[in-house]
Design a protein around this ligand. Structure first.
Ligand code: AMP
Length: 396
């Protein structure tokens, strides 16, 4: 079966076409500048990238161009669109009702439309991406895979905030958790490596957005992102967890609106805010190596907070069998991985710094120190594969 995975943003649409028999990606690419002018980059393994700048007024035009390219005699990888058995769509938010991946019908879409206020940035473009694909491929199933659904089984004590309960009842303010598809994928791989599906696993998805999740028996029991992806570890431009009163204090002190305070905490904080240099970890690390104190401080704060969250999850689970690093920073920044694992031997976490420094990029690596009680793994994430697999399982 061939499964098309689609991730629609406000002006972009990413796609990957999987052959699930061979578990390979036949082609992938990105439509950008949708609604502005339009640009497509189409990639197939072993062949040069194809780029074009056909006009892309909306998501429908984008998916039509993707399908045209996928079946093109020279650029394509399939003969006909009919070879695509189903489409998997990434949604950041499934609210409280979409607790697992699901075939998308009228009820599911009506529910997703009813929760766009919880998810104003990602919700509307994901829904319009789905509608465009459904219009162009009406006779096959379309499946929604939700980043939040991995957290559906968390206990109330992990997701209800200690604020007036009516705010939860009235506005659904609670911890939802995000990046669930990535955490589910890497925690599943770690359980496979351990040969123990009941394992206690902490997964650190550290990228431009970062989150840490605790998994027991294949289910997430806690996670660092909350009502929005703003909570938890400091990120590229997001502050992560701070004293909530800072928000109202900034508003009053600077005489700014809630939206402006939100922009400061979401777009001007984290690595960028502290270093004053960049939201990109590589730039910050280069500046720190060159002696820039604020760049070093930004990285120290990231490490400090990641350690605190890891430690709290060891306490919650009464132990940990594996600690996993994934995403742009987690997979590539050996220095940061080493810093997070440093001085955690009391918790059973010890890293083989040589294995960590030499582990190959893009591959699973075991970087546990000899005799380390907790396995430390680097596992490249693959959210698209997880979406394709859920789509296959729900539609075959
Ligand atoms: P992501 O959001 O998962 O794409 O991750 C983006 C983050 O990963 C950025 O902060 C990058 O600086 C960081 N990153 C990507 N590649 C590397 C690398 N080779 N070394 C260190 N950090 C990296």
């Amino acid at each position: 079966m061939k499964i098309l995975v689609v991730n629609a943003g406000s002006s972009s649409l990413k796609y990957q076409l999987f052959d699930m028999e061979t578990e390979t990606v036949l082609a992938k690419g990105l439509c950008e500048r949708i609604g502005i002018d339009g640009a497509l980059t189409h990639k197939r393994s072993g062949k040069p990238d194809y780029k074009c700048t056909d006009a892309l007024p909306d998501h429908k035009a984008a998916i039509e161009l993707v399908l045209k390219t996928l079946i093109d005699k020279e650029l394509g990888v399939i003969k006909s669109v009919d070879e695509i058995s189903a489409v998997g769509h990434r949604f950041a938010h499934g609210g409280e009702k979409l607790r697992a991946s699901a075939v998308l019908g009228a009820d599911e879409i009506a529910y997703l439309e009813s929760i766009v206020e919880l998810n104003p940035l990602h919700g509307p473009p994901a829904i319009s991406g789905f509608k465009a694909c459904k219009e162009v491929m009406p006779s096959i199933n379309h499946v929604g895979v939700f980043d939040t659904s991995y957290y559906s089984d968390m206990e109330e004590k992990a997701y209800i905030y200690p604020i007036p309960y009516e705010l939860y009842e009235q506005y659904r303010i609670r911890r939802y958790g995000f990046h669930g598809t990535s955490h589910r994928y890497v925690a599943g791989k770690a359980a496979e490596l351990l040969g123990n599906k009941n394992a206690k696993i902490i997964t650190c998805h550290l990228g431009n957005g970062s989150s840490i999740t605790a998994t027991v028996n294949g289910k997430a029991i806690d996670t660092s992102m909350g009502f929005t992806p703003q909570d938890g570890v400091p990120m590229g431009t997001r502050s992560g967890a701070i004293d909530p009163t800072v928000v109202t204090y900034i508003q009053k002190a600077k005489g700014i609106s809630a939206e402006e305070a939100d922009t400061i905490l979401n777009k001007q904080s984290g690595l960028l805010g502290v270093s004053g240099i960049s939201s990109d970890c590589r730039d910050v690390a280069t500046a720190a190596e060159g002696g820039n104190k604020r760049a070093k401080l930004a990285l120290d704060i990231l490490v400090h907070n990641a350690k605190k969250i890891v430690g709290s999850y060891v306490a919650e689970m009464n132990g940990v069998d594996a600690l996993v690093f994934t995403a742009g920073i987690g997979e590539n920044d050996r220095e940061l991985r080493a810093e997070i694992c440093r001085d955690m031997s009391w918790l059973g976490i010890e890293m083989d710094e040589k294995a960590n420094a030499t582990c190959p990029r893009g591959e699973i690596a075991d970087v546990t120190a000899n005799g380390g009680k907790t396995k430390v793994f680097v596992i490249p994430t693959n959210e698209e594969y997880m979406i394709a697999l859920d789509t296959l399982n729900l539609t075959k």
